[in-house]
Ligand binder design. Structure first.
Ligand SMILES: [Zn+2]
Length: 270
């Protein structure tokens, strides 16, 4: 993953996706926005208690820096589900300028329409970006522990296959900045849920050395799900950046005790 400064925003990109000219993608850092206090400063989430005007200015600035129109952004109202929306031309721009029009109850989006930038929002949860350069389809997924247990990344890939005829061997994937195995401790309740839902749970859970709680490796969990779908390991890039360790660069719900902004991962066909 590479970091660049555009305007005064920190923009992160996966090397494997950057190699393709037909696709634009990005993950935002915290710097360069208008929001104050716990939302300082490039908060893109309308739903977190920030000033709506600041959020709108942040999104406009991001669009400007990326040389897009605000109305190209499409956002969902995320609910830690495994629901995937197919974004056709009629859904372009939903949720771009307000909270109410965002695509309801959705944690992953896929599209084959050029110029539609599908965005997911995080504060510690895992962003997964997908691109099939053969069939020209992109996907964006929000996978926290709940979504990971519901296999939301796999749900998105299934929709790419069923709707657009994508073959997993062609799909390029990026697993973005999020709460890493260095920090992401969970309690007995989450461990029990994971053991119940994920056959591979033993590969992603370990005992935390000091607290006696459990480390839930969200990065490995999503990597295993992508591999299980048939995406070649060489097509998958892991950012390996922990949002909690790097909470000066990324909004971290854990680090900020739940009151914080959201960073955005977006992907668009040019
Ligand atoms: Zn960490």
């Amino acid at each position: 993953m590479e970091q660049s400064t555009q305007g005064n925003l920190n923009i992160y990109r996966f090397s494997n996706l950057s190699a393709f000219e037909q696709v634009e993608h990005f993950i935002t850092g915290r710097a360069g926005g208008y929001s104050k206090g716990p939302f300082q400063s490039l908060n893109t989430g309308f739903h977190v208690g920030d000033n709506d005007w600041h959020v709108l200015q942040n999104r406009k600035k991001l669009a400007q820096v990326l040389k897009m129109d605000l109305q190209q952004f499409t956002f969902a109202s995320q609910t830690h589900s495994s629901n995937i929306a197919i974004v056709d031309a009629s859904r372009k721009g939903l949720g771009s300028a307000d909270r109410e029009s965002a695509i309801a109850n959705t944690d992953g989006m896929v599209t084959n329409i050029k110029g539609v930038c599908i965005n997911v929002q995080m504060a510690d949860c895992v962003p997964v970006l997908l691109y099939d350069p053969k069939n020209k389809v992109v996907g964006a997924v929000h996978a926290g522990w709940r979504g990971t247990l519901k296999r939301v990344s796999q749900a998105a890939i299934k929709v790419m296959m069923d709707t657009y005829g994508c073959c997993p061997t062609n799909i390029m994937a990026g697993i973005g900045p999020s709460n890493g195995p260095c920090c992401y401790e969970v309690g007995e309740d989450v461990k029990r849920e994971a053991m119940k839902s994920l056959p591979e749970a033993e590969q992603i859970l370990s005992v935390a050395p000091e607290s006696g709680k459990y480390i839930f490796d969200q990065w490995q969990a999503n990597l295993l799900q992508l591999l299980d779908c048939g995406i070649p390991e060489g097509n998958i890039e892991m950012a390996g950046i922990c949002s909690q360790c790097k909470s000066d660069n990324f909004f971290s719900s854990r680090n900020d005790n739940g009151l914080t902004g959201r960073y955005t991962a977006g992907i668009m066909l040019r």
